[in-house]
Design a protein around this ligand. Sequence first.
Ligand SMILES: [Zn+2]
Length: 143
Amino acid sequence: MSLGNGKRTANREKRRELEEQLSSLPEVLKDRKLIREEVKQRLVNGLQTQTLEYDSIFNYDKANLNKDFNLLSLLFHRMFFYRLNEKLSGLTCDHTLRLSNQILTQMKLGRGKINEVLEVFKKNGGHCDCEVLFNVESQLIGK
Ligand SMILES: [Zn+2]
């Protein structure tokens, strides 16, 4: 009998620990309007205040293999690739970096910095907007 009680207490203890772990995880934004607001804040002002579901697809170890990790991870967290995907969806890529350029301008990066980013894209196989998603973002996300 006393053994059973002890076991039950241990289970309750374990469950409490698990609940604490879960509640300490950052809450992911679900509301579409709030998501849009967070994306805009990060993109334009580089201000990150909330956690987005998109954040969880970033693969640090994989991304870290790239020589341009710092620049590329900054672009990821400022939602550059997310925005490019949004802009490109429903369009056919026109084989230029037109949309990438637009977004980098919206991010208030200077001309010199933009050129540096575009060079890094090209070096990584991103010669046009769709290739930036297929060949560059893919180096930062997933397994
Ligand atoms: Zn393309």
